[in-house]
Design a protein around this ligand. Structure first.
Ligand code: CS2
Length: 497
């Protein structure tokens, strides 16, 4: 065999090996692919002006997209709105983003269109467990004019022993601001909870009061916590999403996020500098309540209802449920007959909003796992389903769809019926014990269940109609299964509208 022959085999073999795709970062060459948009500004020139707590997929696909658009539309003057993210639960986000110079792709997917944006607004990423002092220094840095939060309801606990939870860090940062007599940043909660601004403010004041009443008082007089309503469906990112982004970019992206085209951010007016988010589609309003009520009830409440009923019916994703004509009718009826009547009238057109929701949920390109929505359902039940139910009971309006949704939550969480998929809920072990103690007796189970004041409050359990109807709905699920129980309600309504 000649040397040349050896060489040709060697090169051929090398050529067969898959070449590693270079990682997305600031120095990677930008391939010219029409579906991918790169930031039109230079990310290295952004100065940090926003500190964000809770750097998960939702933040990356929501607030950062608004900020990027605002920076692009405002031009060079907006370069003071770079974002420094803080993560609390793990170092994973930092590990994925650091080798990418904090760049990542947001892929917008619809059944008939798709686009991808490389987002460059993140200019720092800190981990609360390791970098407490840095975070407090940033909170009191006069350049940081805005702090946004997506830390889930548990992030607002006013009692907490750790000093690295969001509320503790902000209180420490504000104490420094007060000592240095500078202006505090504006704190914007972007969590999906009622009156999120007030909730944040109360948690901060209570925690500060434990240190010194003067600090609590200073916070109450000087710190603005506007409420905001955020909306965009962002499933948990998967390795398939990373692979898809890498395919589009020709560069490896291990922090890519997939989302729907729709995005909404409604923010209560406040004083002080901010990116021109309204140019990017955000809405500034004096009072966010109408948006908050429609979002929490119509979107999140119906999501929750179809998640538990869908899992009981053996389905896996939101689009599986909504593309099923029976469940689509159920969702439409829940919104039209049981939720819209409980929301005070405003300029917000709720009939169009619910039609839009049904269209958004049909999107098969968004793989939104029902188990993800069911996660920690017990802490979300109050704002999403129980509040509208209480108002329906008070006015004597029947609410069979809501009752069935609550029954489905109970059957899944207490392990009364089998369901597809998995979900975590801190209250689940306690509810499962109740189910075992009741020995399969629905009314005994319901009686014990309703004593959980942390889930149901005091008022609803005091109304005997609630307990009786809930027990009937659970029995209907046990007897006819989710599909059978839903069709009894929906078909019955169509016979007797
Ligand atoms: C969902 C929300 O998991 C859930 O509770 O209802 O995450 C929902 O997708 C978002 O609020 C949409 O804006």
């Amino acid at each position: 065999m000649t040397k040349a022959f050896h060489r040709s085999i060697f090169t051929a073999r090398l050529g067969d090996l898959p070449r590693p795709i270079p990682r997305l970062n600031l120095s990677s060459a930008r391939p010219h692919t029409p579906q991918v948009r790169w930031p039109s500004y230079d990310p290295t020139r952004l100065q940090p002006g926003i500190l964000h707590f809770g750097c998960g997929a939702f933040h990356r696909a929501h607030q950062n997209v608004f900020t990027q658009r605002a920076i692009e539309l405002e031009g060079a003057s907006a370069s003071r709105w770079g974002v420094v993210g803080v993560s609390f639960r793990s170092r994973k986000v930092r590990q994925a983003l650091a080798p990418q110079d904090l760049l990542y792709t947001v892929m917008e997917r619809a059944d008939d269109s798709s686009r991808a944006d490389v987002v460059g607004v993140l200019r720092g990423l800190l981990f609360a467990g390791d970098q407490r002092a840095r975070i407090i220094a940033m909170l009191s840095d006069p350049q940081i004019r805005i702090v946004t939060l997506t830390v889930t309801p548990s992030g607002y606990a006013s009692e907490n022993a750790a000093s690295t939870d969001p509320v503790g860090l902000i209180v420490d940062g504000l104490a420094t601001v007060r000592d240095q007599r500078s202006a505090p940043p504006v704190l914007i909660s972007c969590d999906n909870i009622p009156h999120n601004g007030r909730r944040l403010r109360d948690a901060l004041i209570q925690r500060a009061d434990q240190r010194s009443a003067a600090l609590g008082d200073w916070i109450s007089r000087n710190v603005q916590c506007p409420s905001s309503v955020v909306d965009r469906i962002v499933p948990v990112p998967t390795s398939a999403d990373s692979a898809a982004a890498s395919g589009l970019l020709g560069l490896q992206d291990l922090a890519a996020v997939a989302t729907e085209p729709f995005r909404q951010w409604v923010i209560e007016d406040f004083d002080g500098p901010r990116p021109q988010w309204e140019q990017a589609g955000a809405l500034f309003v004096p009072d966010v309540t109408p948006w908050e009520l429609s979002k929490l009830n119509l979107l999140n409440g119906t999501h929750m209802a179809i998640a538990f009923l869908g899992m009981l019916a053996g389905l896996e994703t939101v689009s599986d449920v909504i593309l099923d004509p029976l469940f689509r009718r159920y969702a439409a009826r829940l919104m039209r007959d049981e939720q819209i009547p409980t929301i005070p009238k405003s300029d917000h057109d709720l009939a169009s909003y619910s039609d839009l929701l049904l269209r958004r949920w049909r999107n098969r390109k968004i793989v939104h796992q029902l188990g993800r929505i069911a996660r920690n359902g017990s802490e979300k039940l109050q704002a999403r389903l129980l509040a509208s139910l209480a108002s329906n009971i008070a006015t004597g309006r029947p609410a069979p769809c809501t009752m069935l949704a609550i029954a489905a939550w109970a059957c899944c969480t207490a392990g009364i019926l089998r369901f597809s998929g998995t979900f975590v809920d801190e209250a689940a072990p306690g509810l499962q014990r109740l189910s075992v103690t009741s020995g399969g007796e629905t009314s005994a189970f319901v009686q014990m269940l309703l004593s959980r004041e942390d889930i149901f409050g005091r008022e609803l359990p005091g109304n005997p109609r609630f307990g009786q109807e809930l027990a009937r709905a659970i029995d209907s699920l046990k007897r006819f299964g989710a599909r059978g129980a839903v069709s009894k309600i929906v078909c019955d309504a169509e016979v007797h509208p």
